[in-house]
Structure formats: C-alpha cells, structure tokens
Design a protein around this ligand. Structure first.
Ligand SMILES: *[C@@H]1O[C@H](CO)[C@@H](O)[C@H](O)[C@H]1NC(C)=O
Ligand SMILES: *[C@@H]1O[C@H](CO)[C@@H](O)[C@H](O)[C@H]1NC(C)=O
Ligand SMILES: *[C@@H]1O[C@H](CO)[C@@H](O)[C@H](O)[C@H]1NC(C)=O
Ligand SMILES: *[C@@H]1O[C@H](CO)[C@@H](O)[C@H](O)[C@H]1NC(C)=O
Length: 400
C-alpha cells in the first residue's frame, strides 16, 4: 500500500469518528430561519415529539406523545407514531402500547408468526428429534436422529434420546436400536424369556407338586423323591432363602429339570413345556399392549401390585411379546402363593370397567383356557405321582 493511500484512509477514518462522535443529548443540524446560521439542536427523547426547533437563544421544545401514539428513540420528528392496532387472531398482547413502546403482539403458545398468520409449530416425526424448539417467531427445527439416538414419537418438544446403554444397567443388548427404536436389553443371557424365572407353562406343569400344607421338611422330601441327579443341598438352601413356599417348588423343579435334561422322562417334559410355551405365545404374544393397558391390567390383579417402575423396566428389557408374561411372573413372585391363572381371571372380571381392547381380553381368556386344558398337565400329574412314589403323598400333593 502506498503512503498517500494510507494517509487518505487514516484521514477518512478520523473524519468518520469525528462526525459520528456521540454527544448527549443527541443533536441534529438546523438552520435558524432568522439568522440562516446552522445550529446544533437537541433531539427529542422517546415518548415525545418535536414542538419547536431550537433557536440561538432557546433549546428545542419537545411535548409528550398523545394517547395511542409513541416514539421509541431520540429523534427530530414533529409527530409520534400510531401504536399498532389490536392483535391478530391467535395472538395475545405481550406488551401494551405506551408513550415509549409500541404494542407488541405475540402468537399463542405452540404457534409462530409466518406471513401474518400464527401457524402451529412443526412436530418432528419418529426418527427425528427437536433440535431447536419453536418460538413465537420461529418454527421448530427438527433433525434426523444421529447414530446412537432415537425418537419413537411425533412431537414438537421431544429431542432425540440416547439409546439405552444396556451394559451400563448390567443388562444384555438383545436388539440394537435405530433412529425410531430404542435398544432392547434383556435381564440375562436367556433372551427367550427376558429374565422370566418361571414361565406360565412351568407354573401350570409344576403346580401339582405344591402342597396344600407346607410342612418344615416338605422341600427335602420332594428333592429325595425326584428321580435322576439330585439337586444339591446348597442349591436347596439358596432356593429356600430366596423364595416363598410355593415359588420354592417351582424353582426346585426347574433346577431339577435343567440338571436332568438328558433323561428321557425329563426330555419329554421339556418338549411338552416348549409346546405349551409356543401355544401361550400364539395366544398372547401378539397382544401389543400399550403402557396404559399393561398398567390397568396390573392394577386389576388382586393382592400386591406390580408398580409402574416394574412396568417401565419390563418395557425396556423385554420384547413386546414377553412383556405381559414377565409382568405376570413379577406379580406371582410378589404375591407368594398365588395362582397366576386365578389372578388373571380375577383381573379380567375387573377390567370390564376399563376401556380395554376386546381382542386382548379374548386372547387372555383363550390363554387361560389353553393352560387349564393342556392335556399333558394331567398326564404329568399322574406321571410325577408314579415317579415320586407314595412317600410324597405325605406332603399332601394338591391337585387342581
Ligand atoms: C412502557 O412500557 C414499557 C414496556 O412494557 C415499560 O418498560 C415502560 O416503563 C413503560 N413506560 C411508561 C411510561 O409506562
Ligand atoms: C455404556 O456404558 C459402559 C459402562 O458404563 C461404557 O463403558 C460404554 O462406553 C457405554 N457405551 C455407550 C455406547 O455409551
Ligand atoms: C428400526 O427397528 C424397528 C424394530 O427393531 C424396525 O421395525 C424398523 O423398521 C427399523 N427402522 C429403520 C429405519 O431401520
Ligand atoms: C404387534 O407388534 C408387532 C411388532 O411391533 C407387529 O409385527 C404386530 O403386527 C403387532 N400386532 C398387532 C395386533 O398390532
């Protein structure tokens, strides 16, 4: 850059600074009509208008704006501005008009102004979350949920949510999530049953062995009389410590079944239980109950209730087809010596007062009938009685 240009720029910069230098009160240039000499008059403050220019002897005269008029800055105008008339449809008055402020109108909650109309904020569809929430002036900004995030709802408020970190909860990832679905975690490696300890079928099969009266040593009697590999004392103690009386029977038979699965008799039992599980899946696996429906169903079961935390956790960790069986097993555990099928029948009676889909109650009734009528059930009752022998009669086996 040559020296002359440099000096010129410097001069320009200085002169701009000089002419725009702030003075207070701000001034404006006025030629006095009497003397024709230029004068620097004071501007008028907000809330007033210019009544008379200054003269060599007198300062500027400003007067307050009349009602419904305003000025909001220092100025040299001889009139005030008219306040905007009443607000538009779907707007409310955010700030009334006074001498220094115009009336401010704003779109109602959930709407924004576009071309004179208050339009509804956009909702982001599943797979998209809210990046910037809508304001009275601006529509919602959505974004596609990035890797590791999801949104399963249509909403003008909800951002993309992080996929549940299964391992952080000590759970296994059973189904990887995507932009519209959360990860599905399961409670243990047995993903087929999502941590359902004793299934409806196992309960139905093993119920015959639950005594009507529990004597102190009934569990040991049962252990001694089961054929094949005996469940060891340590496991029996653990089962006793952890479970209520009825549950002890189920847990013991389940463990015995696992430890003897190579034996022909047990193989047959396992096969038939699997057949039963498939039947139950067929009946209630496609129920797809909503959170609300699960809640009212749990609410209708007698005794101690399965709480909303359990329902939420179950919805996180189980596939939709396993949610109901899991919650029913939680209810049974919580209620000691109850029969899930009886509890379910009770619930169905009470559900009538709710708006519950008929197809679901129908499926549940079919499931109950199915489990009751599963012919193998009575067969095993007989089979077990033979296997276990007459000694167990002393524990007073209950037959349904
Ligand atoms: C006019 O309204 C504004 C904003 O509501 C407020 O800050 C200001 O004090 C009001 N002025 C008078 C003179 O009432
Ligand atoms: C999940 O949590 C575990 C343990 O807290 C952590 O090591 C892992 O990085 C997390 N994974 C993701 C994807 O955030
Ligand atoms: C996301 O996963 C769900 C179920 O896991 C599936 O139904 C859906 O089609 C998937 N969506 C995309 C975009 O991959
Ligand atoms: C239940 O949901 C599954 C998967 O989400 C779907 O394939 C099935 O059609 C649904 N069933 C009903 C009755 O809505």
């Amino acid at each position: 850059m040559n020296r002359a240009l440099c000096c010129a720029l410097l001069f320009l910069d200085l002169s701009i600074k000089w002419t725009t230098q702030e003075t207070f009160p701000p001034k404006y240039l006025h030629h006095d009509p009497e003397t024709s000499r230029p004068l620097m008059c004071d501007k008028c403050p907000p809330g007033t208008y210019l009544k008379q220019h200054c003269t060599a002897r007198r300062k500027t005269v400003c007067a307050p704006c009349p009602d419904h008029y305003y000025t909001d800055s220092w100025h040299k105008s001889d009139e005030c501005l008219y306040c905007s008339p009443v607000c538009k449809e779907l707007q409310y008055v955010k700030q009334e008009c006074n001498r220094t402020h115009n009336r401010v109108c704003e779109c109602e909650e959930g709407r924004y102004l576009e071309l004179e109309f208050c339009l509804k904020h956009r909702s982001c569809p599943p797979g998209f979350g809210v990046l910037q929430a809508g304001t009275p002036e601006r529509n919602t900004v959505c974004r596609r949920c990035p890797d590791g995030f999801f949104s399963d709802e249509t909403s003008s408020k909800a951002p993309c949510r992080k996929h549940t970190n299964c391992s952080a909860f000590g759970l296994l990832l059973t189904q990887k999530g995507n932009s519209t679905h959360d990860n599905i975690c399961s409670a243990n490696s047995d993903t087929q049953t999502c941590g359902i300890d004793v299934t409806l079928c196992e309960e139905a099969f093993f119920r015959f062995a639950v005594p009507t009266k529990f004597t102190p040593n009934w569990l040991s009697v049962l252990v001694d009389n089961l054929p094949g590999t005996k469940v060891n004392a340590e496991s029996v103690e653990r089962i006793k410590r952890r479970h209520s009386s009825q549950e002890q029977t189920f847990q013991l038979l389940k463990l015995w079944k696992q430890q003897n699965k190579e034996q022909d008799v047990v193989k047959k039992i396992i096969q038939d239980i699997d057949l039963c599980e498939n039947g139950v899946q067929r009946h209630i696996g496609h129920a797809n109950l909503t959170y609300e429906q699960l809640r009212s169903l749990m609410e209708s079961l007698p005794g101690k209730k399965v709480g909303i935390e359990d329902i939420e956790r179950t919805r996180k960790t189980c596939r939709s087809s396993e949610e109901l069986p899991k919650l029913l097993s939680l209810w049974r555990m919580r209620n000691g010596d109850q029969d899930t099928l009886k509890g379910l029948m009770h619930a169905l009676k009470h559900l009538k007062t709710y708006h519950f889909p008929k197809t679901v109650t129908h499926s549940l009734r079919k499931t109950i009938r199915f489990l009751h009528s599963f012919t193998m059930y009575r067969l095993y009752q007989k089979l077990f009685l033979e296997m276990i022998g007459n000694q167990v009669q002393s524990v007073k086996i209950s037959c349904l």
